[in-house]
Design a binder for this molecule. Sequence first.
Ligand SMILES: CC(C)(COP(=O)(O)OP(=O)(O)OC[C@H]1O[C@@H](n2cnc3c(N)ncnc32)[C@H](O)[C@@H]1OP(=O)(O)O)[C@@H](O)C(=O)NCCC(=O)NCCS
Length: 144
Amino acid sequence: MSHTFTVSLVCWHDGEPLLKSVRQAVFIDEQGISPELEWDGLDESCRHALVLSSQGEAIGCGRMLADGHIGRIAVLPAWRHRKVGTAVVEALLSHARAQGYPAVDVDAQLHAVPFYKTFGFEEEGETFLDAGLPHIKMRLKLSE
Ligand SMILES: CC(C)(COP(=O)(O)OP(=O)(O)OC[C@H]1O[C@@H](n2cnc3c(N)ncnc32)[C@H](O)[C@@H]1OP(=O)(O)O)[C@@H](O)C(=O)NCCC(=O)NCCS
């Protein structure tokens, strides 16, 4: 298997089937999140990052709301620890800088805190449950 991939920013209209395939596999099938919570009606108003393998398979994704909140960062299990998630977050941070957002925040699943720390995100407040999973808010300042 070739391990090369490309990341691009897409709107929901253009990326929906591919974005859905990754999120279905990771959040619904792997993590057990309910479809009602996963498909929350916010996708059409988001900018999405989509990662494709050199074979054209969708392998990673993420989204950013208009208020600078990122989420739904997912990488297929077979592709983890190859910097696909890093490429997703970097694409979304580039978008945030281009939009002039002063900061970006994420409701991080606890196991993913070390991942977000690699970009400089810092934890804020207490842990909380969302979709039955422990989370904590993390924030990255983009400008002073
Ligand atoms: C979290 C997730 C997106 C990371 O994607 P990934 O492509 O494997 O991450 P990367 O390869 O870009 O990792 C970059 C760095 O983040 C850190 N990191 C990534 N996954 C980690 C883990 N499970 N535990 C600890 N640190 C981790 C490491 O420092 C890593 O660098 P290294 O591999 O050189 O040590 C992926 O594990 C995933 O899809 N998990 C399931 C869905 C999920 O929980 N999403 C987050 C919701 S908030």
